[in-house]
Structures are given as structure tokens and as C-alpha cells.
Design a binder for this molecule. Structure first.
Ligand code: 2AM
Ligand code: CA
Length: 264
């Protein structure tokens, strides 16, 4: 089966999980939430959604491995590996605030070859496969043309219990507060990357993320014409926990700003 066909199937799987999550939201009970650590809620909804997704992906591509947030399936070192966050933006979900998304990426060896981000609250499905284009609900998307901070709206996520980078974070915020159109914090990294891909934001950066938060969104952004790196401008952005993601024209200025602040 080709990647385009697989992508169509994955879209259906992401939407089915999204429908389950949306249904659960209407009757969500905070008492059922386990608290795994500070600011790190895991709910039965995340787990159930992941099981639904894994079950269908196993049938779609037998012998594939899994890297998933809830650990309901495992990476067995196969050639194809699914990288899944069944609910990216769990804290938003728990509080009933948008956005939250299903994020499903597929890796072939070390390369991301397919990505689907289904943002549930706006019913927006972003997707891309290697050799194709980036799409949103059936229409092609492209990054914006802006090339300077002065023309840019920036999105980020707040560091989680992390003290070591907080000065760099604050310095970056201070600079952008003065010079950019503004700063947003949506609470779903998969959605942040998809919005840069769609030209809604010019740039995104964050620390401490896991591969399942970003895998699908990275490919969607790259195939929409955007650029992704780690804070040094290198390639360790999927597993390295540091990501800079921008449109094409703004990359050099923004990546330099982040490198100067974080890599002193
Ligand atoms: P999640 O909702 O799947 O956990 C928001 O800035 C991003 O950070 C989201 O993609 C969110 O994914 C992730 N996130 C939330 N809590 C986190 C934590 N405690 N540690 C690391 N990442 C977290
Ligand atoms: Ca999650």
C-alpha cells in the first residue's frame, strides 16, 4: 500500500479517535484523572484513545513498531514505527479549553514519512505524506512569507518544572514582546506546528517535548515549506527535546535568536 493510501486510512483512524475524545469530553469527570506528576495529567481518555488507534494501525501495517505516549504498545525496532500522541493538549482537554489534537506520525527507519494532526475542537485535519503536499481538510497549506520578527506572530509552550532554561525562556519572551506581533501559548505542540505550516504563525519553539508531540507536525510543516531544527540549527529535533520550527524566510533570524539565548 502506498503512503497516500495509508495516509487516507490514518486520517480516518485519527478522526475516529477524535470523535471518541469529543464524546468523552461531554461527560468528563475530573475525579477519574490520575495525577502522574505536577502538570502532567493522564486520563483514561488518553489511554482508551491510544488503544483504539494502535489496534487499527496494527491491522493497517502489520509488523510496524510503536513509540506512544501512553505506552500501550512498544517499539520493537521495526523498519516502520508509528509515533503517536492520542491526545496532545491533555490539560486543555481536562479544562474544556481548545485546542487538543490526535497526533500520528510514521517513521521509515529514521525518516518521518507521514503525519496526521487532527485538531478536535475545530474539526481541522492537517496531514502530509512524503512525496505529497501538506493539506488541511483537503486543501493545500503553505507557510507564510514573513521574514522578520517585526512581521511575525510566535507560538511556544511554557517549560514544565524546568529551572535550567527559564532565564533563556524569559529573555526570549522579553525580546519578542517588544519586537514581534505577539506571543501565543496554545498548549498543544502538534497544533502549534500545524498552525505554522498553515501560515497562521511564523515560528514555534519549545523545550522538553517528546517525539510523539512533534513527529507528525514536523512533516506537515516541512512539506508546507517550513524549516525545523534543534536550538543549534542541527538535526536532533525529534528525540532531542529542543525544537525550533518556522516558515522558510524567518528561519535564520529566529534560530539565531534562540541559539543566542539558550546556548550561551
Ligand atoms: P500533552 O498534552 O500530550 O502532554 C504544550 O506545551 C505541550 O507540552 C503539549 O504538546 C503537551 O503534550 C506537552 N506537555 C504537557 N505536559 C507536559 C509535561 N509535564 N512534560 C512535557 N511535556 C508536556
Ligand atoms: Ca498526550
Amino acid at each position: 500500500m502506498g503512503l497516500e493510501k495509508i495516509c487516507q486510512e490514518v486520517i480516518e483512524i485519527a478522526k475516529a479517535a477524535g470523535a471518541f475524545i469529543a464524546g468523552e469530553r461531554t461527560s468528563f469527570d475530573l475525579k477519574l484523572v490520575e495525577i502522574k506528576g505536577k502538570a502532567n495529567f493522564v486520563s483514561y481518555v488518553d489511554k482508551k484513545a491510544e488503544e483504539m488507534i494502535v489496534d487499527r494501525l496494527r491491522k493497517l501495517l502489520p509488523d510496524s513498531g510503536f513509540i506512544t505516549e501512553e505506552g500501550t504498545a512498544f517499539d520493537s525496532g521495526e523498519k516502520f514505527r508509528w509515533v503517536i500522541d492520542p491526545l496532545d493538549g491533555t490539560t486543555n482537554f481536562i479544562h474544556g479549553a481548545p485546542p487538543y489534537a490526535v497526533s500520528i506520525g510514521l517513521m521509515e527507519a529514521d525518516e518521518i514519512v507521514l503525519g496526521v494532526v487532527y485538531e478536535i475542537t475545530k474539526d481541522e485535519c492537517f496531514y502530509a505524506w512524503k512525496g505529497g503536499k501538506s493539506m488541511l481538510n483537503g486543501r493545500e497549506i503553505k507557510v507564510s512569507e514573513a521574514s522578520t520578527t517585526e512581521e511575525s506572530l510566535i507560538v511556544t509552550g511554557f517549560p514544565y518544572g524546568e529551572v535550567k532554561n527559564s532565564d533563556a525562556f524569559i529573555d526570549t519572551i522579553k525580546h519578542l514582546m517588544v519586537h514581534s506581533h505577539g506571543i501565543r501559548r496554545l498548549g498543544s505542540a502538534a497544533t502549534d506546528l500545524s498552525y505554522v505550516a498553515a501560515g497562521r504563525f511564523e515560528a514555534f519553539w519549545e523545550t522538553g517535548l517528546s517525539p510523539w508531540d512533534v513527529a507528525a507536525g514536523i512533516l506537515i510543516l516541512q512539506l508546507a515549506g517550513g524549516k525545523v531544527s534543534d536550538f543549534h540549527g542541527g538535526d536532533n529535533f525529534l528525540f532531542g527535546g529542543q525544537i525550533v520550527a518556522t516558515n522558510k524566510n524567518y528561519f535564520n533570524e529566529f534560530q539565531s535568536l534562540i541559539e543566542n539565548n539558550y546556548c550561551k
